[in-house]
Design a protein around this ligand. Structure first.
Ligand SMILES: Cc1cc2nc3c(=O)[nH]c(=O)nc-3n(C[C@H](O)[C@H](O)[C@H](O)COP(=O)(O)OP(=O)(O)OC[C@H]3O[C@@H](n4cnc5c(N)ncnc54)[C@H](O)[C@@H]3O)c2cc1C
Length: 452
């Protein structure tokens, strides 16, 4: 590998190899022939040049939350060292390098009364989340995070580092925002920040006997709320262990997660129908500085083994959620997270500069994450297949970000379902133009169009 590299190149024989390829998802790890632990955009460029010269497929990893395809071989570009973040409070933008996590952007933005469009877990990577759509805590008010990208620095398959904007290359700019890792390795991204300093939010958690009532009341309530209200209902059975707080220990619960960017008094009024469902095990709704918004979903921060998939649906009734709960609730053979996120609002509108993100006609996202410990990945795959048998007749697509890699190349039908048919055809044409040899295949692959 080129001696001009300022980072490190690692083969399976090198001591740092295992640490470098290990990320948040512990069930499936990349198994590349070579890892380039990049320090700079030039390192990324050199790595792509090397891969191209040696016919090695390229994959990329920042935090390893969602390795798409862990097929052995190829070259993995690890970006975790490229973690710089710069906030411009006047322009209301943040620029993040490829390995930066949302927590760094939140920390740099909130002192200026600004917030990024991050999701539930601040330890997720900025770049992949944004290019995969990015369903944020403020999603219904502002749309997808991908709708708020100003510029992308990317190394394309010809080993050229490009600064891509809506003006410089409208087609590539469109494709990257939704097509994620199919068009190059992004070295940094510039995104909008929004003027949100605080939110009214938290959880209303109901015990198992109120799951059905909470589901019905929640779905009816979502039809009444303004775009400032972004919410979800999450079903989970928590183990009977000391680390789980006493009111939730060993219980199956339904947790309604609230993020309201209007004022707290309005928020209180809006959630009244949810409080009327019945007694809560937890009710911690409060006015929160945006810096504390990570406490709302309180996603796990420790690496673990999981499989996950989702379906986008236009409408949803409580009976369908009940059928999924029958599979994922107390009867499931492993710990399962089942969540319904309310979409619509700005998510249903194309942004001023359109992009490839699909599923804008969906009203809800239903996602299921099955833990792989215990019965193992085959049991988790079987459970997800059963869930999809319930949801497929209603499904209008899939959200790329919530398809967590299962260590095997992505089924082409699954990838197609992430995009609208016209976008899919355009993405394949643009893939043929920008990556005709399909160098970037360590992903949910968009195969180049056949040249017709
Ligand atoms: C606990 C948890 C909570 C989540 N919450 C949300 C949420 O609220 N909203 C939401 O939208 N999503 C959410 N996600 C999904 C998350 O956005 C995706 O899994 C995202 O792809 C993770 O990116 P990463 O960089 O952290 O992970 P990685 O596994 O490092 O990257 C994921 C994929 O992105 C590609 N990629 C990484 N870096 C680059 C790059 N520089 N250039 C091009 N492609 C790249 C890689 O090919 C890789 O397959 C959540 C995931 C988890 C595990």
């Amino acid at each position: 590998m080129n001696t001009h590299l300022s980072g490190t190149a690692l083969t399976p024989e090198d001591p740092g190899y295992d640490t470098e390829r290990t990320g948040f998802q512990t069930a499936f790890r990349q198994r590349p022939a070579l890892i380039v632990a990049a320090d700079s955009a030039e390192d990324v460029r050199l790595a792509v040049e090397f891969a191209r010269a040696h016919a090695l497929r390229v994959s990329v990893q920042a935090t390893g939350h969602a390795p798409a395809d862990a097929a052995p071989g190829g070259l993995l570009i690890s970006t975790r060292r490229m973690a710089e973040v710069h906030v411009d409070p006047t322009a209301r933008t943040a620029r993040a390098q490829a390995g930066a996590r949302w927590e760094a952007v939140v920390a740099a933005s909130t002192p200026h009364g600004l917030a990024p469009l991050n999701g539930s877990a601040p330890h997720v990577g900025v770049v992949a989340y944004t290019l995969g759509g990015g369903l944020s805590l403020l999603a219904r008010k502002y749309g997808y995070a991908a709708d708020h990208v100003r510029a992308i620095d990317v190394v394309t398959a010809d080993a050229t580092l490009r600064h891509v904007t809506a003006e410089s290359d409208p087609d590539l700019f469109w494709a990257l925002r939704g097509g994620r890792d199919n068009f190059g390795v992004v070295t940094s991204i510039e995104v909008d920040l929004v003027p949100v300093a605080r939110v009214y939010g938290g959880s209303l958690i109901f015990d198992a006997d109120l799951v059905e009532a909470a589901t019905a009341a929640y779905l009816a309530w979502t039809e009444t709320v303004p775009e400032e209200m972004t919410s979800s209902i999450l079903f989970i059975g928590l183990p009977d262990i000391e680390q789980v707080p006493p009111p939730l220990r060993g219980r199956h619960t339904a947790a309604i997660k609230i993020v309201y960017s209007g004022d707290a008094a309005d928020g209180e009024r809006l959630v009244a129908p949810l409080r009327a469902i019945g007694p809560r095990l937890v009710d911690n709704l409060a006015d929160l500085p945006y810096a504390d918004s990570h406490t709302i979903h309180a996603d796990p921060t420790h690496p673990h083994a999981y499989l996950g998939d989702n379906a986008l649906v236009r409408d949803l009734d409580a009976a369908v959620v009940g059928k999924v709960y029958a599979l994922t609730g107390p009867n499931a053979p492993m710990m399962v997270v089942h969540e319904v996120r309310h979409l619509g609002g700005a998510l249903s509108r194309q942004p001023a500069v359109p992009n490839a993100v699909g599923g804008r006609d969906a009203g809800y996202l239903v996602r299921v994450v099955a833990m792989v410990e215990g019965p193992g990945p085959d049991a988790a795959r079987a459970l997800l297949a059963d869930v999809h048998a319930v949801l497929d007749p209603l499904s209008v697509g899939r959200n790329l970000n919530f398809v967590y890699g299962d260590g095997v190349p992505s089924d082409p039908d699954r990838v197609t379902s992430m995009y609208d048919p016209r976008s899919w055809a355009r993405l394949r044409d643009l893939k043929a133009a920008h990556d005709p040899g399909n160098l970037f295949t360590g992903n949910h692959n968009i195969a180049p169009a056949d040249g017709s």
